[in-house]
Each structure stands twice: as structure tokens, then as C-alpha cells.
Design a protein. Structure first.
Length: 509
């Protein structure tokens, strides 16, 4: 005979279930580990940038023991290759893989600061028409103390007296684009302010959509990374301020898309800085004077790297707080949730708690039955797998095992990951719990006899430096023909993933 549970007990059970569902997650929010499933790729040294350990005084350098701090490798269509050292130098790497200084970026900016992980000469990109117009763009950081420049943007509610650092985008115009040393002029595009104690999460990237062709609405438009400007963990009394996020009258947490040409040239709508707002941006065409038209998408904590697949799909690598790292597919006008969301979880700050707290979403939101207005990631991993997601790229190159995959990694520990591109795009279905699976890539080298030797990226750095380094500082870049560079801001080496030829060859340009 079936027995009935008393009504009071049912109520208590319902309360217990509800409380359990909403309880804080205190460990391992994503239990399934990322493992190796047989995907292995050879990695080879390509070139090491010059030793710049003495370029800055040790007390002004975030990592004085690091050989050189490489963040980006960029190829031009004419075959020239460039790389930056965030201590302030832009290198041209010749056909013999020898680096030569193309531009001393630091010399142009006397207030530059180099004491944070993302600081100094942070990033650069060439205009798609560089061969004709000689234009390229850089991002760098400066101290505010004694700085005569006034920022174009200061976070809402703060004033000039609160500013601690500047983050600056500069346009450079080479007199002769074919020259192997820069000579020309420069123009400031945008100067933004930090008001937290540490330079945390500056704009880390400037990018052009490489799939946009002449005549496309996106052609020649410049994207920036999305940053919370340190309001999560920048330190000092102004950090941890949720009121600075989830707003459209501020660029905090936003990826910007701008026409870098001055409004004096385009006769278009002026942005915060000396650039034109593209009317293709949804917030430029929404008719609301309270929204900033340069915002392309928002709600990112530190979407420090952007990339595109050949079909135009845009990806962002967004570094999480204490729990979740994510890869997002980015679309015009959408909201990616920070500080209310972290991955497909609720961040504790959304309910008045702490930024290191994590809570499950209600089942009806997690399953997509109820929409909450946020766009969720297609890849996630938690902090027992890594600590900060690195650059990621759709791969269509010569390595058969990687074709059709999205290759990315973890900055801190140097693990390299891959996920199926089709599965990622299928996961972009409006259902938060739907994410694509991730596997770890096994790296290997060939010894003098051609024998395969499995290694980690960290192994390679430690061997090059002759000692154990505190972190890997992994970044990934893509060549003009779709191959992948792995670089470190520790040992200054540029490495390349290559097809396995049994040890017969070497990494080629």
C-alpha cells in the first residue's frame, strides 16, 4: 500500500530542495575534468626575441626575470612578420627569423607603466589597407600621476582626481609602408581612465575583422577588447563596484567597434575620442541618447582577446573571476552578463554577496525555458583546470588533427585546449547549460634522433630559461596562412604548431 507523506513534510521537503538548488557552490563547479583524448601536435621553436630584462628598472617591471614579454605575432599580406615586447618594442622578424626593432613605442610615451601583467605596450594591429595607407594601431598604458593628458572617458561617478592610470589607443601612419623601420606620424584615438589601485584589465586588444572585405559594413572598423576596468579586482576603495557594470552610458565591460577615422574626415558622429561611431552598431542606431554608440557588445569581465572564423563568427576569450573561464560567440548589441553572471552561473555580487561566490541558475533559466536577457558562453572551464583563458582561434591550417577545431589555452599554466567548431556553434542555441566539450592537446617535440618527446608548454619555458618560472604566460597568435604561434611573456620565444613530418623539417615562416 502506498503511504502518503504529511503535508507539512512535503512543504519542508520543497523548501529543502529549493534551498539546495540555490545553495552557494563552494568547490569544483564543473566536476568533469578536461583530459587528453589522443590529440597530439608537434611544436617547434621559431625565433626568440632579444633579451630586454635590463630595459626597465626592476622595481618598474612586473616580471624583471622574464627574458622578453611577447603578447602578439602579426603577419602582413606581403610576408613580413611582426611581434611586440610589452616592455615597449615592436619588432620586424625577417625572412631568416631574425628580429629587428621596427618601432620604439615606449620612447613615444614617457608616462608608460610596466608594472602589471597587462601593461606597457600591450597590443597592436595593422589596418587591412596598411600597404596603401601605412596605418597601424597600438594600445599602451600610462600612469596618471603628473600626466598632462586628460582622459576622454572616466568611469561614471568619478572625476579626474580619482584617476590612477590611462589606457590609450594610438594610430600610427608610416610614411613608407614598405620600409622596415618606422618613420611617420601618430594620432591619439582614445584615452580612457582607471580609478582602481592597480592597472587591472586594460583594453588589451585592437582588432580588425579579417573576414570583412571591401564593401562590407565591417570593413575597416576597429574592435577593442571588453574590460571591466579593474572594478572586480583592481584593488583600492573603488574596486568591486557592480554599479559600474551592466550600463550602456559607459564603456566599462564593453567591446567597442569604431571607425578609427576622425569625424573631421568622415563628417560622421563623433565618439568619446577622435573617431567616428559606425551607425551599424545597434546602440548607435537605437535612437536613445543615453546609450554609447561605440558599444558593440557588453557584459564582459576581461574579454582580452578577439578572433573570427572564416564564416564571420566572432569569438571572445573572457577571463573570469575566481571560478569560471569562458569563450563567447559575440554579436552586435548583446549582453554577456558580468557582474551578474560568470559562465552559466550567477555571480554572488548579483545578490549582494562577494565576487568569489558562485550560485546555480534557476533550472528554467539554465534550460532556456525562461530568458533572462543574457548571452551565455559556448565553452567553459573552472579553476581546477586553469586560471585565465588565453587567445583562441578557429583552425583551418595544415595540421589535419586540428582542422575544424577551436584552439585556445590557459595563460597561467600553459595548457593547450581544443574544441570542435561545429559543436561550439551548435551550443550557441540560447540554452545556457549547452556548452561544447573541451579536450587537452598533447604537445611534443622531436629529439636529435627524431624521436617524439611529449612535453608541456611549461616544460619548454623552464628549459629555455634554465630554471622553473612562476607562470607560463601563454598567448596564441595566427599567421597569415592560418597556422598558430604559441608565445610566452616569460622566455621570449615564439613557437609554432606544425604538421608532423617525422622530424625531417623545421618550423617555417
Amino acid at each position: 500500500m502506498r503511504t502518503r507523506m504529511p503535508l507539512g513534510a512535503l512543504s519542508l521537503l520543497a523548501i529543502w530542495i529549493a534551498c539546495t538548488a540555490w545553495a552557494q557552490i563552494t568547490s569544483n563547479p564543473i566536476p568533469e575534468p578536461i583530459v587528453k583524448r589522443g590529440l597530439a601536435v608537434e611544436i617547434r621553436d621559431l625565433v626568440r626575441l632579444p633579451d630586454t630584462r635590463t630595459l626597465r628598472p626592476a622595481d618598474q617591471d612586473v616580471a624583471p626575470d622574464s627574458w622578453a614579454r611577447v603578447s602578439y605575432v602579426r603577419d602582413l599580406p606581403d610576408g613580413r612578420r611582426f611581434a611586440n615586447d610589452s616592455r615597449g618594442l615592436l619588432y620586424l622578424i625577417d625572412k631568416n627569423n631574425q628580429p629587428h626593432v621596427y618601432a620604439d613605442v615606449a620612447a613615444a610615451f614617457p608616462y608608460g607603466t610596466y608594472k602589471r601583467l597587462e601593461s606597457g605596450f600591450i597590443g597592436f594591429v595593422f589596418h587591412p589597407k596598411f600597404a596603401a595607407n601605412g596605418l597601424f594601431y597600438t594600445v599602451h598604458s600610462e600612469i596618471a600621476a603628473g600626466n598632462p593628458k586628460v582622459p576622454d572617458f572616466i568611469p561614471i561617478g568619478y572625476g579626474l582626481k580619482d584617476v590612477t592610470y590611462h589606457n590609450v589607443i594610438t594610430e600610427w601612419r608610416a610614411t613608407n609602408p614598405a620600409a622596415n623601420t618606422f618613420e611617420g606620424t601618430r594620432r591619439e584615438i582614445l584615452r580612457t581612465a582607471h580609478v582602481v589601485a592597480n592597472l587591472t584589465h586594460p583594453m588589451g586588444a585592437v582588432e580588425f575583422n579579417p573576414t570583412a572585405k571591401r564593401g562590407d559594413p565591417d570593413y575597416g572598423l576597429l574592435y577593442t577588447s571588453g574590460s571591466d576596468y579593474g572594478f572586480s579586482n583592481g584593488g583600492g576603495p573603488n574596486a568591486g563596484d557592480p554599479a559600474q557594470t551592466q550600463r550602456l552610458d559607459s564603456i566599462v565591460t564593453a567591446i567597442l567597434r569604431i571607425d578609427p577615422r576622425s569625424p573631421s574626415v568622415t563628417h560622421g558622429q563623433k565618439g568619446l575620442g577622435d573617431y567616428t561611431i559606425p551607425m551599424a552598431n545597434k546602440f548607435a542606431a537605437d535612437g536613445d541618447p543615453k546609450t554609447l554608440g561605440e558599444i558593440y557588445a557588453y557584459g564582459f569581465r576581461n574579454a582580452h582577446r578577439l578572433s573570427w572564423d572564416t564564416d564571420g563568427t566572432m569569438f571572445a576569450s573572457d577571463i573570469g573571476m575566481d571560478n569560471i573561464e569562458e569563450i563567447d560567440i559575440v554579436r552586435n548589441g548583446e549582453n554577456y552578463g558580468w557582474m551578474k553572471r560568470e559562465g552559466y552561473f550567477e555571480n554572488g555580487r548579483a545578490r549582494g554577496g562577494a565576487l568569489n561566490e558562485l550560485y546555480p541558475l534557476p533550472p528554467e533559466i539554465l534550460d532556456g525555458r525562461v530568458k533572462d536577457g543574457f548571452t551565455y558562453p559556448v565553452l567553459v572551464y573552472d579553476h581546477d583546470e586553469g586560471r585565465s583563458v588565453s587567445d583562441g582561434f578557429a583552425y583551418h591550417g595544415r595540421i589535419a588533427a586540428l582542422r575544424g577545431k577551436f584552439v585556445f589555452g590557459d595563460i597561467f599554466n600553459g595548457r593547450v585546449f581544443a574544441s570542435d567548431l561545429a559543436a561550439m556553434k551548435k551550443a550557441d542555441d540560447g540554452i545556457p547549460r549547452t556548452v561544447a566539450p573541451i579536450e587537452e592537446v598533447q604537445l611534443y617535440v622531436r629529439d636529435a634522433g627524431g624521436k617524439r618527446v611529449d612535453v608541456s608548454f611549461r616544460d619548454l619555458i623552464d628549459k629555455t630559461m634554465g630554471k622553473s618560472m612562476p607562470r607560463s604566460d601563454l598567448h596564441i597568435s595566427r599567421s597569415r596562412d592560418g597556422e598558430l604561434f604559441l608565445t610566452s611573456r616569460q622566455d621570449g620565444m615564439i613557437r609554432m604548431l606544425v604538421p608532423d613530418d617525422g622530424g625531417a623539417g623545421s618550423a617555417q615562416r
